[in-house]
Ligand binder design. Structure first.
Ligand code: SER
Length: 331
């Protein structure tokens, strides 16, 4: 039976994606550096603990399973990558190369392309002093990332295009089916990110719900694109299902809403009137967000495969995020 392989399974997207795929009846094989949360492990056919840099673990996984799709999400995020660029490169590039090799082997064993679905990021964009950050950025613009993480993501995108379209391969080798989404900042009620630079969005919300004070590390006027986790998972599942012939591109922007940090705070204060959140920008992190676009253009995804976020800013907080974090921290 062909299965779905998920790397970074215990991470933020992994949590939500496993629940969704399991509800749809998929047989899931999970890999994460850390033990999979108990409730998630019960939803997977098998959970491996290991590092995507470890080719022995990947060979063992490849020997025991046949995959129709791989969701590759294991990654070191942008702020963490700046404090250890060497490790970021090893995990984000070398680890991804290993996952690509696994997808290539599995494609050939099955005699059918394995879908390799890669989560990329707005971090592939790099806007500088005179660039117009209010202009919704298209997939082929401003590909001059300033962080190691952004550079790594951009390289892996290109590696995916290469192994799916240009590499000639050995006789009999079946190319992979590479598909990629560039996500904005993600906000989940169930999990918190770690080591990213869009983390201030979810961190403000969770701190307010826990009654804790929080120092937001970017300026109040900082505007970035965000998306609620439910929509992020929907976009992944949709991209997974769409027939290859319908896809005009391999790399797509997706987004939910673009908001300023003080607009997020204003909405949080409506639901948590005593919220104690101050803006104390940290220059290294501010410089990273200042290089990212304020808006992204996701019209190719909307046109080619019917992408449409369900939640705008107000609905995301009113219908999903606030009620769920309230329930989570009151129990
Ligand atoms: N959320 C990621 C980060 O902040 C960007 O994709 O690193």
């Amino acid at each position: 039976m062909s299965q779905i392989f998920i790397t970074g399974a215990n991470g933020e997207i992994g949590h939500a994606l496993i629940r969704k795929l399991a509800a749809d009846g998929a047989s899931i094989v999970a890999l994460d550096l850390h033990p999979l949360d108990h409730d998630l492990a019960g939803l997977c056919a098998e959970a491996y603990r290991g590092d995507i840099r470890d080719t022995d673990v990947l060979s063992e996984i490849g020997r025991h399973h046949r995959f129709s799709a791989i969701f590759h999400m294991a990654s070191l995020l942008s702020s963490r990558g700046e404090s250890n660029p060497e490790l970021a490169h090893e995990v984000n590039v070398n680890g991804s190369f290993n996952i690509m090799n696994l997808a290539r082997q599995q494609s050939t064993l099955r005699g059918d392309p394995v879908k390799l679905i890669f989560t990329s990021s707005i971090a592939v964009y790099g806007l500088y002093a005179n660039d117009d950050r209010e202009h919704p950025v298209k997939e082929r613009e401003f590909l001059t990332p300033r962080t190691m993480y952004g550079i790594n993501k951009l390289y892996v995108e290109q590696m995916g295009r290469y192994f799916s379209r240009f590499y000639l391969g050995k006789p009999g080798e079946v190319p992979i089916d590479f598909r990629c989404l560039r996500f904005p900042g993600l906000i989940s009620s169930a999990t918190l990110p770690s080591g990213g630079t869009t983390d201030y969005g979810p961190e403000m919300l969770h701190a307010a719900a826990r009654g804790e004070s929080y120092q937001c590390f970017v300026k109040a006027s900082t505007r970035l694109p965000f998306m609620v986790m439910d929509d992020a998972v929907d976009s992944l599942v949709k991209l997974h299902r769409v027939p290859r012939t319908q896809l005009k591109h391999q790399i797509y922007n997706v987004t939910g809403f673009s908001v300023r940090a003080d607009e997020i705070l204003a909405l949080i204060e409506q639901s948590f009137p005593g919220a104690d959140i101050q803006f104390e920008p940290v220059s290294e992190r501010q410089e990273i967000v200042d290089s990212w676009p304020e808006y992204v253009d996701d019209s190719p995804a909307r046109r080619d495969w019917g992408w449409q976020p369900k939640f705008d800013f107000a609905r995301a907080f009113a219908e999903i995020l606030v009620p769920r974090v309230k329930a989570r921290y009151s129990s």
